[in-house]
Design a protein around this ligand. Structure first.
Ligand code: SAM
Length: 249
């Protein structure tokens, strides 16, 4: 079902993201990339951007490495289960300076079982997954796979929708997401059901403390739970989205 949702939305995915989030997803993604790349950075990185979709995170990582660190050696492998989403990413990269360089690669694979021959154990410095883990059937399997492929000291970084903390804000946000987003899906993409699914999948995702515990259960160390103010996770925009990080011991 997830496959068909993303096949349906692939060609309109970027337009819909801008429309649904009123462009704020761009700021969250910028923040996510800075947050994942900057702390304690040591030299060029081998990055896996899983559930990479149309390449928003991969492109930001390469741009940030180049602009901030004059680094043209960091590599990103974009991984996605859906070939159509990945194809959108491939087409987008053709217009960039990274096209046909060893800095970017595309692999169709399932985040829950990254094949060992393509993704060896202890090989990645950074594993990013943005707005993708809630679409996976088994979160523990994704985390287990992430743990395996990361080097000791490697970082798992996840950007995902979450539930706002303030009850009043939560109410406004609920009204917006349950009524406006499926409506935008109908008008802009002619597809109400896919966007209805995307909204519902946000509600079903574990709370921030639950997800932080799942990350620890997979073997990662995280900061303490500080209600989204740093530590195990950081809330964005009153908790509409959160960045969780964990380090492989
Ligand atoms: N990371 C991109 C971004 O932030 O714009 C794309 C996010 S998009 C909402 C979610 C992506 O997760 C889709 O491209 C979908 O195909 C992919 N996906 C869903 N389940 C997956 C799985 N089990 N393994 C790998 N990718 C998956």
């Amino acid at each position: 079902m997830v496959q068909s949702v993303f096949s349906n939305v692939a060609s309109r995915y970027d337009l819909m993201n801008d429309a649904m989030s009123l462009y704020t997803h761009r700021l969250w993604k910028d923040d996510f990339v800075r947050h994942s790349l900057d702390p304690g950075r040591r030299g060029p990185l081998n990055v896996l951007d899983v559930a990479g979709g149309t390449g928003d995170i991969a492109l930001r990582i390469l741009d940030h490495a180049r602009e901030k660190y004059a680094d043209r050696e960091t590599t990103v492998t974009m991984v996605d289960l859906n070939p159509e989403m990945l194809q959108e990413g491939r087409t987008r990269f053709k217009k960039t300076m990274y096209h046909n360089t060893p800095q970017i690669d595309f692999v169709v694979a399932n985040a829950q079982e990254l094949p060992e021959d393509t993704f060896p154990s202890d090989s990645a410095d950074l594993y990013t997954i943005a707005f993708g883990i809630r679409n996976c059937t088994s979160i523990p399997d994704v985390l287990k796979s992430a743990y395996r492929v990361l080097k000791p000291g490697g970082v798992f970084a996840c950007l995902e929708f979450s539930i706002p903390i303030n009850p009043l804000f939560r109410r406004v946000y609920d009204d917006y997401s349950f009524s406006i987003i499926p409506l935008l899906g109908t008008i802009l993409a002619g597809d109400r059901e896919s966007y209805q699914y995307l909204v519902e999948s946000i509600r079903k995702f574990p709370t921030q403390p639950e997800f932080a515990q799942m990350i620890r259960d997979a073997g990662f160390t995280t900061g303490e739970d500080k209600d989204g103010k740093g530590g195990a996770w950081r809330g964005l925009f009153g908790g509409i989205a959160s960045i969780h990080t964990g380090v492989k011991v």
